[in-house]
Unconditional design. Structure first.
Length: 609
């Protein structure tokens, strides 16, 4: 910004950093006065002359009214000076009109340039600039209206796209959110979750955890091949029973008695899902069924269950595991063979009423012998409270899972099938994923909740390996999971190995099995995490909806430095309590909800004295 010292004089109007200024004195430097009353000494090159004056006060720079478009038309594209433009716009050449004219130039719509050479812009550029500014103004007005709707939590459907970035953060699919930054809110999944509830974009019931864990939320839709024509053992003359929870939709195991032989029949999924097929790749990529309180996402297409679910058709194809159980609980005379079975479906409650009838009484006696052998081998029997959490038509239902003898009967039978498969494969030198668990540092048989809680901490998680080994928690020298191939990839993999060996085909190698299990286990771990977090979410939704009236019992299971850890049996929920008095282990106390924080998955309880 270069000016001539001979022109720049006291009371001149100059431009300083886009603001008007009055020259108060001129020497080797320039003394200027600014609109806010501040005074500065600046260099000559720091200012630009707008009008020689005289300007006695910056308050004389009053607004002026002129026809900008008419002036632009009169110039007809010819360059002009600031003083000429001021005279053309406002009919006079004064400091006030010069400043008003320069503001028109600075607006950058009709003119640009310097005070000595102002150029009218073309009609095309003016039209484009006006359109862009109008669009920007509309966008700003729209943005401000959106912020107002956020504040009042009265969003419109068209606001949803603006909240997608916040949703991605809430789902842990993005590390940040520009909207939360602008609102000066913390950028975390929990903060995003809380914000979306506060503005009523999400309801308190919205469950973000499956997406946050990265699991598939749609059932697979793949073509299912027909059942192959192969020889099967006809066991349709036996009474077989698929005993499950009420409402179970994927019955994949059943039991029957053939003289002294116990049979466990398992849905023959490997007959349709062959190694490296599209179906197998899909199952491997999912790892397991996803069981949420609000719905179930299957590992395999629904048509697989429709064709193979035991008891869904008059006769069902199965892979049947037959065994004898000696008086001391050892499994002998093992048979594993594809079969045809005719299955009756029963609930645990219905089966409970028939345990004294044949064949349930005999099946119970057999499984009890096997259980006694496991207990003698220091199997762990930790009996923590269990509940089922279901969401039906928006209502959360939490129901205790009763300890039924029928449930224990089925559980032991399934362990027997897994043991039989492991023994059979080990004897045949057939590689499968064995389930292993190391023993605790010291063996105990706890009988109280607090003791069980402490003992559970001693166990390391079970793992799979192609090298056989003991499962200490189950008290079994060999074990493999085989009874849920509709729901778990590892079970399906064992079935594929068994079928390959039976057909004289080449089974998978140890490296193949390990690689496939590693992939499936990674996804299955995310699935289990989504299930745990979803169950906790819905429990807290239930408590939030019943906060004023909910009361319950809690059992003290651990004492920390400042807090007490307790279990609420009615909810199967582990909580931390603050109490005014010291509480003893296994003491039962009455508790009430103090606060529920859904986004943080936390709930505080208070002890009721």
């Amino acid at each position: 910004m270069v000016n001539s010292p001979s022109i720049l004089a006291n009371d001149s109007l100059v431009l300083y950093k886009h603001h008007p200024a009055r020259v108060s004195s001129v020497s080797d430097k320039i003394d200027i006065e600014l609109p806010d009353g501040d005074r500065k000494r600046v260099r000559l090159k720091d200012v630009m002359l707008l009008h020689p004056g005289p300007l006695r006060s910056l308050t004389d720079l009053t607004p002026c009214t002129g026809d900008i478009e008419e002036a632009w038309q009169l110039l007809d594209g010819e360059a002009t000076t600031l003083r000429e433009l001021a005279d053309l716009l406002y009919g006079s050449d004064t400091p006030a009109t010069a400043w008003a004219a320069w503001q028109v130039v600075m607006a950058g719509v009709y003119f640009d340039g310097t005070p000595a050479a102002i150029r009218p812009r073309t009609a095309e550029i003016i039209a484009r600039e006006q359109a862009e500014r109008a669009a920007k103004l509309r966008a700003e007005q729209d943005w401000q209206a959106f912020l107002a709707r956020l504040k009042s939590a009265e969003l419109l459907p068209e606001d949803a796209p603006r909240l997608q970035e916040v949703e991605r953060l809430a789902y842990q699919q993005a590390p940040s959110s520009r909207l939360l930054q602008l609102l000066e809110l913390p950028e975390s999944p929990a903060s995003a979750h809380r914000f979306l509830i506060q503005v009523k974009h999400w309801s308190t019931q919205h469950n973000p955890y499956p997406l946050r864990c990265g699991v598939a939320l749609e059932n697979p839709e793949l073509t299912v091949p027909p059942l192959p024509n192969e020889t099967r053992l006809d066991l349709t003359h036996l009474s077989a029973f698929a005993i499950d929870d009420e409402g179970n939709q994927d019955p994949d195991d059943a039991i029957s008695l053939d003289g002294e032989r116990l049979w466990v029949h398992v849905a023959d999924v490997a007959a349709l899902v062959t190694p490296s097929s599209e179906l197998e790749l899909e199952a491997r990529a999912r790892g397991a069924n996803l069981y949420l309180p609000e719905r179930v996402i299957n590992m395999l297409p629904a048509a697989i269950t429709e064709h193979l679910g035991l008891g869904l058709l008059d006769t069902s194809p199965a892979l049947s595991f037959g065994m004898h159980c000696t008086a001391d609980g050892e499994l002998t005379d093992l048979i594993i063979q594809p079969s045809w079975v005719r299955v009756t479906r029963l609930s645990y409650a219905a089966a409970e009423l028939r345990l004294t009838e044949p064949p349930f009484a005999e099946l119970t006696a057999i499984t009890q012998r096997f259980r006694a052998r496991r207990l003698a081998a220091n199997a762990t029997t930790l009996e923590f409270p269990e509940v089922t959490v279901r969401v039906r038509d928006g209502a959360v239902q939490i129901r205790p899972l009763p300890r039924l003898a029928s449930r224990a009967l089925v559980a032991e039978a399934m362990l027997m099938a897994g043991t039989a498969a492991a023994q059979f494969c080990h004897a045949q030198q057939l590689l499968i994923p064995f389930a292993l668990q190391p023993p605790p540092e010291r063996v105990e048989q706890p009988t109280t909740l607090a003791a069980m809680f402490a003992y559970r901490r001693q166990f390391k998680p079970s793992r799979t390996s192609t090298e056989p080994g003991a499962h200490a928690g189950l008290g079994l020298p060999l074990y493999s999971r085989v009874t849920s191939p509709l729901r778990r990839y590892g079970d399906l993999l064992v079935h594929q190995q068994l079928r390959a060996a039976a057909r004289g085909e080449v089974p998978l190698t140890a490296a193949d099995i390990s690689a496939r299990m590693a992939q499936a286990d990674t996804v299955a771990a995310a699935t289990r995490r989504a299930e745990r977090q979803s169950n906790l979410h819905w429990k807290l939704v239930y408590l939030q909806e019943h906060t004023p009236t909910w009361r319950g019992e809690a059992v003290v299971v651990e004492q920390e430095e400042r807090r007490t850890v307790a279990l609420i049996p009615a909810l199967a929920l582990e909580v931390r309590l603050r109490a005014r008095r010291e509480l003893a282990l296994d003491q039962v106390v009455q508790v009430a909800v103090a606060n529920v924080d859904l986004p943080e998955l936390e709930c505080r309880f208070q002890v009721r004295d």
